[in-house]
Design a protein around this ligand. Structure first.
Ligand SMILES: *[C@@H]1O[C@H](CO)[C@@H](O)[C@H](O)[C@H]1NC(C)=O
Length: 352
């Protein structure tokens, strides 16, 4: 009995195509499913703010979380002159010796740095921490500032204030400011781009995302390896997280998909999307107290076992990059971070 070509096609289809399609469908379905059980809530042990990009951080008991990140975090940045290109620890490791301090009573940011060629002399200036539009119009000039691939309008301070820092940098520099709420926000790219995240979100001068969450347990695991390798132990500040939590099993944060900050009865919980793992460069090799860069660590150790993201296999990961939902609120040390969803699908999207 000869089969018509239509029946032959139908048989071939059911024998080969149906199983293949079901397999692909199932694979896709499991890929979409969760990244395993939700771990228990974990406590926030530190809140860290780095007012000037790449300069020293300050540890605070509480901070206001804005859509762009913790208030005062990376709202200032040093740039080259006359082209206003961002300057970071990658360019000059001693930038971490520049110390901003926040005086809450006067709402002022005080910035100090060791004066070149002097033991006890310090460079110093003060600026309002929350300048009004009027103050900015009178005291700054709007310039196009570039961070990685994006150029964004920023307020540039007078050299009457920052002039002595040219000598510290060994080149002509300017300090620029971007308010957390602005008419021309700096949109997120990569995993935070609108077509990926599903909404508009922005950040001041952080490399990528508004918030970096780090886990103490993962740092402890890394430090155990560093101790063995080079009798070295490093501080969390090198990784520049904003929210530090105790954590779970080391590196379990790799699968967080969303988290919620709870604990204060005064405000409703704050939800954050965990958009990507943080792929690292060699900035963590710089000792934030001395400004000196270690030739190998922790980079070499991290490269051995933390190249865990399929989107950026040539860089090691530490910490999770987050974007707050809604308008945020006040966050306090001692509050809890709850993981609300997990995923197996994190893939870093290069955006810079
Ligand atoms: C500073 O470092 C960044 C990152 O490595 C680089 O893109 C930039 O060109 C450097 N800028 C200067 C002025 O050296």
């Amino acid at each position: 009995m000869a089969l018509s070509s239509t029946s032959q096609a139908a048989i071939i289809l059911s024998i080969f195509l149906v199983p293949i399609l079901s397999y692909l469908y199932l694979q896709r379905y499991t890929r979409k499913s969760s990244g395993g059980p939700i771990p228990p809530p974990t406590q926030i042990t530190k809140l860290l703010i780095y007012p000037i990009k790449s300069c020293h951080g300050i540890s605070v008991p509480s901070a206001r979380l804005l859509p762009t990140g913790l208030d005062l975090d990376r709202q200032w940045m040093w740039v080259t002159y006359p082209d206003y290109k961002f300057l970071t620890i990658r360019n000059l490791s001693k930038m971490t010796l520049i110390r901003p301090a926040y005086d809450a009573e006067r709402d002022v940011l005080t910035v100090t740095a060791p004066a070149p060629d002097s033991v006890d002399e310090k460079l110093h200036f003060e600026i309002p921490a929350h300048p009004s539009k009027d103050w900015l119009a009178k005291n700054t000039e709007v310039v196009p500032a570039t961070v990685w691939g994006t150029t964004t309008p920023a307020h540039c301070f007078s050299t009457k204030l920052t002039g002595p820092f040219n000598e510290f940098f060994g080149q002509e520099v300017r300090l620029v400011y971007k308010p957390p709420v602005s008419d021309e926000p700096r949109p997120l790219v990569g995993n935070g781009a609108k077509d990926v995240l599903g909404r508009d979100a922005s950040v001041c001068f952080a490399d990528l995302m508004p918030v970096l969450v780090g886990c103490e347990n993962s740092l402890a695991e890394l430090n155990a390896r560093l101790k063995k390798a080079e009798d070295l132990s490093i501080e969390i500040r090198r990784f520049r997280p904003n929210i530090l939590v105790k954590g779970h099993e080391p590196w379990d944060e790799d699968r967080w998909k969303s988290v919620r900050l709870t604990g204060s009865s005064k405000r409703s919980p704050i939800n954050l999307d965990v958009v990507a793992r943080c792929a690292r460069c060699q900035v963590p090799n710089v000792d934030t107290e001395t400004g000196e860069k270690h030739k190998r660590q922790p980079w070499d150790t991290l490269m051995k076992y933390r190249r865990v993201d399929p989107g950026i296999t040539f860089k090691p990961c530490f910490g999770m990059l987050c974007v707050p939902q809604g308008n945020g609120g006040e966050v306090n040390v001692g509050e809890m971070l709850e993981v609300t969803a997990t995923t197996k699908n994190h893939v870093y999207i290069k955006g810079m």
